[in-house]
Design a protein around this ligand. Structure first.
Ligand SMILES: Cc1cc2nc3c(=O)[nH]c(=O)nc-3n(C[C@H](O)[C@H](O)[C@H](O)COP(=O)(O)OP(=O)(O)OC[C@H]3O[C@@H](n4cnc5c(N)ncnc54)[C@H](O)[C@@H]3O)c2cc1C
Length: 329
């Protein structure tokens, strides 16, 4: 029997996020033509409108204001939807929030769990196999998740986004009374450095431009932002930059920051310390710009430019804007 696969859907500005569309694509494959794709969302009517064109048969919807949608509250609502939909698998996008909810949902729902999945396959009744990178992407492991319930957060950009498909879902309204009183007072604060409307978040971005101490001073960091803006990219930073207070810690990529795996990661003036590399090494293509040809970052880079970032960045931004038909800055 094919399972019901439930996707925890996140929408922003009336559109489904990229990680949610990736999860829907995987859910469709797992459910197969005879299985059932269901979704649960906290975003009220606008999220429902964004979800409907992606073909879930049933949608559980709660209208929770963003600041009240803590991982604990969302896990409680999602567990309720998972019970009601009789789901066997719950899939989440590979965002920081998705990973956070995964553990709480697995405990609340009594499920086996994995995060960072780059492959998901149903291996038999009550057995799902998940492949995920470990040791900063240097190896992968295959995990057997055994039991009637499984919660999996995907690795961002590891799967193609689902295309829209026809269908009108049956809608169920989730009652917020299932949120435990202990979660009621908690408030969620965004971890995303991007201001709304100023570019993609680090979690969603397909391109990330990161700056390091090689940018020499906070006043030069706008060169990173201008290149990012011309590419439609998110901005990241090394810990040297966040420790120096040039940018907030929410920009930090690495062991004690965020892990990203965009299609393209551009590391500018970053030496390539292991603590930075573990946060970006699984990016599809890595470009490094550094004055020092022997900098360790070139060991993980697919393309390297040896030279002064303060000269290269303005020229690169100019070229990108020209090629993309954008007005000169
Ligand atoms: C427990 C622990 C956790 C850590 N966690 C993290 C983490 O999460 N993320 C993180 O990033 N670091 C982390 N670090 C710090 C890490 O070890 C490095 O110190 C840090 O990544 C260095 O940042 P950087 O590459 O910007 O600076 P540097 O190492 O100083 O490198 C600057 C680079 O810029 C180059 N450069 C100089 N001038 C120019 C120029 N004009 N143009 C181009 N290139 C130039 C230099 O050749 C050099 O390679 C952690 C460290 C510890 C001990």
């Amino acid at each position: 029997m094919t399972p019901t696969v439930l996707v925890l859907a996140e929408a922003s500005g009336g559109l489904l996020t990229g990680p949610t569309k990736e999860a829907i694509g995987v859910a469709r494959t797992l459910a197969g033509p005879d299985g059932s794709l269901a979704a649960v969302t906290m975003g009220g009517p606008s999220a429902l409108e964004a979800l409907a064109p992606f073909g879930p048969k049933e949608v559980w919807v709660a209208d929770v204001p963003p600041e009240a949608a803590t991982s604990g509250a969302v896990a409680a609502l999602a567990a309720h939807a998972a019970d009601e939909s009789r789901a066997a698998i719950v899939l989440l996008g590979g965002t920081t929030f998705g990973r956070d909810v995964t553990g709480r949902l697995a405990v609340r729902w009594g499920a086996a769990a994995a995060t960072g999945a780059t492959e998901v396959a149903i291996a038999g009744p009550e057995e799902v196999h998940v492949r995920r990178p470990v040791f900063g992407g240097r190896a992968t492991e295959m995990r057997r998740l055994v039991g009637p319930r499984t919660v999996i957060a995907l690795r961002p950009h590891a799967f193609a986004e689902a295309a829209a498909s026809a269908g009108t879902p049956t809608v169920h309204v989730l009652d917020r009374s299932v949120i435990p009183a202990t979660e009621g007072a908690a408030r969620r604060r965004s971890l995303d450095p991007a201001e709304p409307g100023s570019g993609p978040s680090l979690s969603d971005a397909t391109i990330v431009v990161s700056g390091g101490r090689g940018m020499r001073a906070a006043e030069n960091f706008h060169l990173i932002e201008e290149l990012a803006q011309s590419l439609g990219a998110a901005v990241g930073a090394s810990r040297a930059v966040t420790d120096a207070g040039w940018r907030p810690t929410s920009f930090q990529i690495g062991q004690t920051g965020r892990a990203v795996s965009p299609q393209l990661y551009i590391a500018v003036g970053i030496s390539g310390a292991i603590q930075h590399v573990v946060g970006m090494v699984s990016s599809r293509t890595i470009v490094a710009i550094n004055t020092d040809a022997s900098a360790p970052i070139f060991k993980v880079a697919d393309y390297g430019l040896v030279g002064d970032a303060l000269t290269i960045l303005p020229a690169l931004t100019r070229e990108v804007r020209k090629v993309r038909g954008l007005p000169a800055n």
